[in-house]
Design a protein around this ligand. Sequence first.
Ligand SMILES: Cc1cc2nc3c(=O)[nH]c(=O)nc-3n(C[C@H](O)[C@H](O)[C@H](O)COP(=O)(O)O)c2cc1C
Length: 272
Amino acid sequence: MTSSPKIAIITYSMYGHINILAESIQKGIQDKGGIADIYRIEETLPLEILQQLHAPAPPEDLPVATVNILTKYDGFLFGIPTRFGTVPSQWSAFWDATGSLWSEGALYGKPAGMFVSTASPGGGQETTVRNSLSYLVHHGLIYVPMGYKTTFGDLANVNEVHGGSPWGSGTISCNDGSRLPSDLELRMAKTQGSDFYAIVLKLNSTTNSSDVKQEPKEKGKETKVTTTTSTSKKDSKTKHASATADKGKPNSPVNVAPEKSKTGLTKCCTIM
Ligand SMILES: Cc1cc2nc3c(=O)[nH]c(=O)nc-3n(C[C@H](O)[C@H](O)[C@H](O)COP(=O)(O)O)c2cc1C
């Protein structure tokens, strides 16, 4: 694994709330010296339906998350606006296109976290993340919750309305989309970015460290310690890259230049 891991923040955001959180998450990662690029999941709904939903055009300056970018990153934070307490069809469609990565185990062992947006406090702040876990599990991605460790004060704050849960940071958009992420929610999102990055670094250092194998002690003999350098993850990535190259598929190895990323925000709009 590389010494400076790269994180992809992958969002679907019809009205822009998730993308605002994504920027705070990105700041949290960058503040810790990390690299984080924001991508958007492609729209799949017909124009007629989007017009009925008063959906603005997606931000053109955010690159579209193709399946192939997944192999270029060491960790992922997914931004999900809830649909009926679960993931949007656009998000499912993105994962439905990852069959080849799934069958190759290309994402196995990479860490991933989630952040959400709902119209109301009980609308799916927790269930949306929970319902998204099946995708992670089948790919062998490691779910990294936000937890309470550094967010207890904000999560347990009952003096103001806010999104977020130990499952991941979040915002509440209101049913007409008029509420923008609050300072508290943005702070939590930033913290999630920093904390997630710390976990990614930990996983990296574990993978890069030497494996110390202790052979069983035989009666009357000294304990024998064998040290081997672990390159398992790096090797598997290299192997994966060459294997896919053989098949003529465009998956790339780890060290590729990051695509330029910028959030173009649509601050708010109505869904009613
Ligand atoms: C079809 C549809 C279903 C929705 N279902 C829920 C829901 O179950 N609970 C809820 O709180 N909000 C629900 N919402 C509101 C969205 O979650 C809200 O618009 C979104 O979180 C805003 O995030 P965005 O600005 O990033 O798109 C729904 C919206 C649509 C269009």
